[in-house]
Design a protein around this ligand. Structure first.
Ligand SMILES: [Fe+2]
Length: 237
């Protein structure tokens, strides 16, 4: 299994506190059946300098990679979780923030940004810059005014989306998840793990839950989607 969304890198965002916690999270991911994981530290364009962020994330990634060597832990790749901003569709710089230097970008939204401008930006990223955004934890935006229209747009334009494994165990997401799993949308799971205690990965638990509640076929489709994206992202080096 591939985990496309995690905050395992320490000292760069609100994820792992130190190298030991990074190792502990990787151990939990391994127990969860994950063999490859993308480290996706938050990048907030309004508050952070891109060059400094890239330098820091690379440095921490290499340090974590080094300590994971010969430890039989999941293989790690460097990515980013980018917070949406209004001019994103015109920005060539976003290619620096793609997942493992692939043509895929993990994009975090807010309820308020779901409008026509977002659709224009997503299409521009795809057609003008050649980058496909993957919408991070799409279930979280269910309160957005245009959510229904947004799902239609996602479905019609084949935009991949990611769901947090832990959301399956939160009552507030029960209905939004049911709706998503019944739509014709390319869905992958991600742990979005931040910490061992408060936000551990729950990928295998979520997969078991999906099979029980939505059936084997949907679970297998999600695993297939995950494997497909994994090969597109991790074979791009
Ligand atoms: Fe995240």
């Amino acid at each position: 299994m591939f985990d496309i969304h995690s905050h395992i890198l320490p000292n760069i965002d609100d994820g792992a506190e130190n190298i030991q916690e990074a190792l502990d999270l990787l151990k939990l991911l391994k127990e969860d059946g994950v063999t490859k994981v993308l480290a996706t530290p938050h990048f907030y364009p309004q508050d952070t300098n891109l060059e400094e962020y890239l330098k820091l994330s690379k440095k921490i990634f290499q340090a974590v990679k080094k300590v994971t060597e010969n430890k039989e832990l999941p293989e790690i790749f460097l990515g980013c979780e980018l917070l949406y901003y209004d001019s994103i569709g015109m920005s060539e710089a976003v290619s620096n923030l793609c997942l493992n230097n692939s043509k895929y970008l993990l994009l975090e939204l807010t309820d308020n940004c779901i409008n026509n401008k977002l659709y224009e930006n997503i299409l521009s990223l795809k057609t003008e810059i050649g980058i496909t955004p993957i919408i991070a934890h799409i279930e979280r935006y269910y309160r957005a005014k245009e959510y229904k229209k947004f799902l239609k747009f996602i479905s019609e334009n084949n935009i991949p989306v990611q769901i947090n494994a832990t959301s399956f165990f939160m009552p507030m997401f029960k209905r939004p998840l049911k709706r998503l799993l019944n739509c014709d949308i390319f869905i992958v799971l991600g742990s979005d793990t931040h910490s061992v205690d408060a936000r551990p990965p729950k990928i295998s638990e979520a997969l078991k839950f999906i099979e029980k509640k939505y059936g084997l076929e949907i679970k297998e489709k999600i695993i297939r989607n995950s494997n497909l994206l994994c090969s597109k992202i991790t074979d791009s080096e």
